[in-house]
Design a binder for this molecule. Sequence first.
Ligand SMILES: *Cc1c(COP(=O)(O)O)cnc(C)c1O
Length: 369
Amino acid sequence: MIPLARPLLGAEERDAVVAVLESGMLAAGARVEAFEREFAEATGVRHAIAVSSGTAALYVALQAHGVGPGDEVITTPFTFGATANVVLALGARAVFVDIEPDTFNLDPAQVEAAITPHTRAIIPVHLYGHPAELRALTRIADQHGLALIEDACQAHAALYHGRAVGTFGTGCYSFYPTKNMTTGEGGMITTDSDEIAELARAHRNHGQRYGRYLYDVVGLNWRMTDLAAAIGSVQLRKLPAWTARRRANAARLTAGVRGVIAPVERAGCAHVYHQYTVRVPDGQRNLFAAELVKEGVSNGIYYPLPLHRTPLYRQGQEGWDDRFPNADNAAAEVLSLPVHPALSDEDVAAVIAAVNRVADRLGLTGGCA
Ligand SMILES: *Cc1c(COP(=O)(O)O)cnc(C)c1O
């Protein structure tokens, strides 16, 4: 079976962890500071603040921007739950708007229409590794005085007009094992603002903004360990080659597959293919997925249920039935195929051949978006 994801961990990661173990210093220390400096430099941003997960990054970033009870945060319903769960966890309201059908990302025109006097922040998600429309979103955030919190958990090193995502607003990254790079569990916040960086560091570490035991804001413990950071530094050095391999695999898939609608890459955007996600038309997606498994190709559905259709978010979403048709259509049609850098050339060829056999069997003839 060709797997959908596989973390690449080698001797360098092992040696880095052993060195930390032998030092006896396991919690946040010199390794975390080094990883933060390296990540900031690689991303092209002033500050990087390491935390214990992507979820922690989103939570702490919202706290640093002062999001709390009574606030509204505009985001997409077509994402992983963490994007919106952090909003509820802070006592604020998640306001969904629909996505663009081609990139699956937040539609800026709909964001503008959803702004109220209570709106405090916008969270675009660079879904599957394709940048959201950051020019329009930055303009809207600036005009209305809103925080722009970028959920870049799937988009390490993705570029929007030559600049890394996560540098337009406050960036939030995840290093979960299936992401484009990993630390086991881990996350990072990026910002050019000295004040947001200081607040994020305080919220990450018990709210101790001005010194030890000087609690100033409601902070908890969201720190990364030196063990995780040591892995992260090694993975970060390998990321450019892995990204190039993901993009090369995606180009081959797009040139080779028939019967499904291949993902787009908008002009000015560098997609990093956290997922290579096609659309399967004609209500055949679930059957297509099952047939592909029989052909030896693992695949995934991200996400089968948009958040507005989950029990938690149906509360307070009266009239949601036809509000987000693009998210509903995407949830019914998307299918992610293996694209990760551990695939051999033969694996990629096997994925293409399997997709085309299944498409032929199911009588699918489409191809272009
Ligand atoms: C993975 C992911 C998260 C959460 O990251 P964790 O490190 O698993 O907490 C948040 N948002 C998106 C879009 C993700 O893919």
